[in-house]
Design a binder for this molecule. Structure first.
Ligand code: HEC
Length: 351
């Protein structure tokens, strides 16, 4: 039956459960497994496609007669209804677990980069890859799958991954970039010019670490972006947010960049934002500098100190999020962010 349906135009829904069993059962002969896979690729049944993803790697691992293994691979890649089942590929790829996920990842990459087919499937595939790229296991899987299916459409990200802090990922990126004949220098130049906000945080961190900027430009940006509204860099200025004059003695370049890109990931000690509501309705936001039995001293981000008598406080609350907004660096290029870091690293107190 698998042999007949592998040749048939359409596969009746009734036959799907049997074909799934044939594709998956350990005792199915290699040829029949390949034929069942070919038949199942003609359907839009999610269960059928999950079976295809699990069975095709087994088919490809065997030498079946009449090129059946190769035919099954082609049937998978060229299935006319691929974009109707894109959700299955995204779900299985997201599991990032074994050969079925790897195969699904290849399908997601091809759906994302092709110029034909349903725009909705293309958008979903791209969203899946964007989300996946931020997770190390999935990043590794995407890199390997791209080399496997020969898809270089995400070349800039692959080049960025050459500098991945995880050596396994950096190694896979090197292989993929080599296999796909991507010229890293071209993309490095491009990505230094890329806006930080258009890159995944991981990629921005990796890139900025490898890029040197210009500290003088960094000093301008420190004012232009508004860092100086909340931070001081000279010890004689009244403290606002954390003092950054010596910050580069405490943080490595990567940590510095991370503090800027993900301000709420960890909060600098003593700079947890507190929100106070007084009995007269006044609201005060700031850092607690002194805590006495009868009064709390609060310093606002504008360096204004205020003492709030405990008897007047109606409500107080610690914020989980940093007072430093996210996305401050989104509009900067990687090189500009590098310049900002160079500036912080070259402050007199930081040496
Ligand atoms: C609206 C106020 C505000 C602005 C604007 C601001 N920051 Fe911050 N920043 C803070 C606060 C508050 C903290 C402490 C809480 C935290 O760790 O996020 C902080 C923390 C930091 C830290 C970590 C300090 C430490 O000791 O851990 C760095 C580095 C930093 N900011 C750099 C910058 C740079 C560079 C800019 C400009 C691109 C900037 N900040 C803009 C308020 C601000």
């Amino acid at each position: 039956m698998a042999g007949q349906l592998a040749e048939a135009e359409d596969v009746p829904a009734k036959a799907v459960p049997l074909l799934v069993r044939a594709a998956e059962a350990a005792e199915t002969p290699d040829a029949a497994r390949a034929q069942a896979v070919i038949a199942l690729t003609k359907t839009v049944d999610p269960g059928a496609w999950r079976a295809v993803l699990r069975a095709l790697p087994k088919v490809q691992a065997t030498k079946s007669e009449n090129n059946l293994a190769e035919k099954a691979g082609n049937a998978f890649h060229n299935a006319p209804k691929l974009d109707q089942v894109h959700g299955v590929f995204e779900a299985v790829a997201a599991e990032a677990d074994g050969p079925a996920s790897a195969l699904a990842e290849g399908a997601v990459l091809r759906l994302a980069s092709r110029k034909v087919g349903a725009p909705e499937a293309r958008a979903a595939a791209n969203a899946s890859l964007d989300a996946g790229w931020s997770q190390p296991r999935r990043r590794l899987q995407i890199l390997k799958a791209a080399a496997q299916v020969g898809d270089a459409s995400r070349a800039a990200a692959f080049v960025a991954a050459l500098d991945d802090p995880d050596p396994t990922i950096a190694k896979a990126a090197k292989e993929t970039v080599g296999r796909l004949k991507i010229d890293p220098e071209r993309f490095r130049a491009e990505s230094r010019a890329a806006k930080v906000g258009d890159l995944a945080v991981e990629d921005a961190l990796a890139q900025v670490q490898k890029t040197s900027g210009d500290a003088t430009r960094g000093a301008q940006l420190f004012g232009q972006v508004g860092c100086n509204g909340c931070h001081t860099v000279r010890p004689d200025e009244p403290l606002k947010g954390p003092y950054l004059g010596t910050i580069a003695t405490v943080y490595q370049r990567r940590e510095l960049a991370e503090a800027i890109l993900l301000p709420s990931k960890t909060l600098a000690q003593g700079f947890v934002a507190n929100h106070f509501e007084l009995k007269d309705g006044t609201e005060v936001d700031g850092f607690v500098v002194r805590e006495a039995a009868d009064a709390v001293t609060v310093r606002t981000i504008a360096a204004v100190e205020q003492t709030l008598p405990v008897a007047q406080i109606a409500r107080r609350e610690k914020q989980q999020r940093s007072l430093m907004p996210e996305g401050l660096a989104s509009g900067l290029t990687v090189r500009e962010l590098a310049s900002l870091l160079d500036y912080l690293e070259q402050l007199p107190g930081a040496k």
